[in-house]
Design a protein around this ligand. Structure first.
Ligand SMILES: Nc1ncnc2c1ncn2[C@@H]1O[C@H](COP(=O)(O)OP(=O)(O)O)[C@@H](O)[C@H]1O
Ligand SMILES: [Mg+2]
Length: 470
């Protein structure tokens, strides 16, 4: 074990947490601490003042402590990292899956310097007498890119999953709001507490049987021919595995198994049996956790969240001021105007990225010039995203959306009832479902609930086709 290996490992940890690699001062701090140097000497090596070196160090120890889930400081850095190194086993379970001691950080891949996924930074020095502690299969997970804000959401998820031992956590929100990115970034903060970590996308709409086989093959090392044939038996085998080991399963893009043009949360034909999976995981005793990402909650999740303390839902809002970092990264100018832009696009990182690219192309990044045009511009890419979302709505929901699209102010339920041709129960169902789709905003005013559309959604509803059809 040499200092270069340790620096590589630390670099991956820091990158996982911050999306940035170690800078010169951070590297000098780690190198110096490893060699037992004091801060004045470290500062000299880093060509900076001692005060600056101490400030950077304090931040760095915090990042490493957060990622590892244990306190790291200058005095215990060497012993902690030595211990982690000894507990590291890097044996590839399958292509693109790694096992690394009680922390999991992945190495660089050849196609992208930013992508930590396939190789342990310690893969050249694997101790033979140690037991693997985490088995990980992230082949379906997307690459990590810059990540801003979300500290309170990460803290909430950490609290629910580690302290409160939640069995099922649903991260919900409109497309592009950052569900996948958030799930990716919670991993380094919690995975050290699990024996197995597996990420699967339901983007290609696999049947329950396919998903179960896929999970079990990884969790139990059984081959296809050794697996039971019936879905019930597969489910029982999975539950057995979730009881005997602490497994973390992430299922991304769960909305693909849910139906369109019905009230939110119903399943597509032939995917109904996923409800048994979610119920069994939410209701029965085990030590594992399933995180699902979806545009809407599958119907049991709503009931389970209400009735079962170990099932939680995190409804994701847009980024707050942290979205400014995203705009900075995209090279936008006129910082004093960013708040307007962020509010208009509701801090949705994907929408902001699309609009930022357009502002960059047409206005060379000058936000003020773009905002001079008093219109809410929806680039085609953004419209296409919104269409996917709105195409899922039922006729009832579309009627309510069209009605709200014409209202500039927020409206109460009684006002809406006067405007739409719906019975109260139809309106209640439609509003509740639109809430699950994250398409309406609710606020309290003068002792009553008022509903409205965000500017982007209103613009889409007003200018696009679907109102003409209803
Ligand atoms: N906190 C964040 N900081 C920076 N970029 C983000 C953040 N969250 C999401 N993004 C970016 O926004 C886009 C959409 O995020 P994603 O997680 O795919 O959304 P969702 O899964 O909700 O559809 C991606 O390009 C992602 O990298
Ligand atoms: Mg996603």
């Amino acid at each position: 074990m040499d200092v270069e290996e340790i620096l590589k490992f630390a670099d991956n940890l820091v990158f996982t947490k911050t999306g940035k690699h170690l800078d010169n001062v951070q590297e000098a701090i780690l190198r110096g601490s490893w060699q037992g140097q004091k801060y004045p000497k470290i500062a000299e090596e880093a060509h900076c003042s001692e005060g600056h070196a101490r400030d950077v160090a304090s931040e760095l120890w915090k990042i490493l402590s957060d990622v590892l889930g244990e306190a790291v400081n200058k005095s215990n850095f060497k012993s902690t990292f030595k211990r982690l190194h000894i507990s590291i086993v890097s044996s590839t379970v399958e292509k693109n899956s790694v096992q690394i001691g009680n922390v999991n950080v992945c190495g660089d891949t050849s196609h992208s310097p930013k992508v930590p996924k396939t190789r342990s930074p310690f893969s050249t020095s694997t101790p033979e007498n140690t037991q693997p502690q985490i088995r990980q299969d992230l082949r379906d997970a997307p690459d990590i890119s810059s990540f801003y804000g979300r500290t309170s959401e990460l803290a909430t998820l950490q609290q629910w999953i580690l302290q409160e031992r939640c069995r099922l956590v649903a991260i919900l929100g409109i497309s592009g709001i950052g569900k996948t990115d958030l799930a990716l970034h919670i991993l380094p903060l919690i995975q050290h507490q699990f024996d197995y970590v597996i990420w699967r996308s339901l983007g290609a709409s696999p049947t329950l049987e396919t998903t179960l086989k896929n999970l079990i093959k990884f969790l139990s090392n059984l081959s296809e021919t050794e697996l039971p044939v019936s879905t019930d038996e597969l489910l029982s085998l999975l539950m057995e595995k979730l009881r005997s080991h602490r497994c973390l399963i992430i299922l991304d893009d769960v909305q693909t198994i849910l139906s369109s043009r019905q009230i939110a949360g119903n399943y597509r034909h032939e995917y109904d049996n996923y409800s048994t999976l979610f119920k069994r995981i939410g209701e029965t005793c085990h030590n594992s956790c399933l995180i699902i990402n979806s545009w809407e909650p599958p119907r049991e999740i709503v009931a389970l969240t209400r009735e079962n303390a170990r099932v939680r839902t995190l409804l994701l809002d847009g980024l707050d001021a942290a979205a400014g970092e995203l705009l900075r990264e995209k090279g936008l100018l006129d910082e004093q105007q960013w708040e307007t832009l962020i509010n208009t696009y509701r801090g949705n990182p994907l929408w902001l990225k699309i609009v930022a690219a357009m502002i960059q192309e047409l206005f060379s990044g000058r936000v003020a010039q773009f905002l001079q045009y008093d219109l809410l511009f929806l680039p085609e890419e953004l419209k296409a995203r919104l269409q996917q979302q709105c195409d899922r709505l039922s006729e009832l929901e579309k009627q309510v959306m069209c009605c709200m699209g014409n209202e500039i102010e927020s409206v109460s339920i009684s006002q809406l009832l006067l405007k739409v041709q719906l019975s109260p129960s139809e309106l209640f169902n439609a509003l509740q479902s639109l809430g699950w789709h994250s398409l309406i905003e609710k606020q309290e005013q003068d002792n009553q609930a008022l509903f409205t559309l965000s500017p982007v959604i209103r613009q889409y509803v007003k200018t696009e086709y679907f109102c003409d059809r209803t």
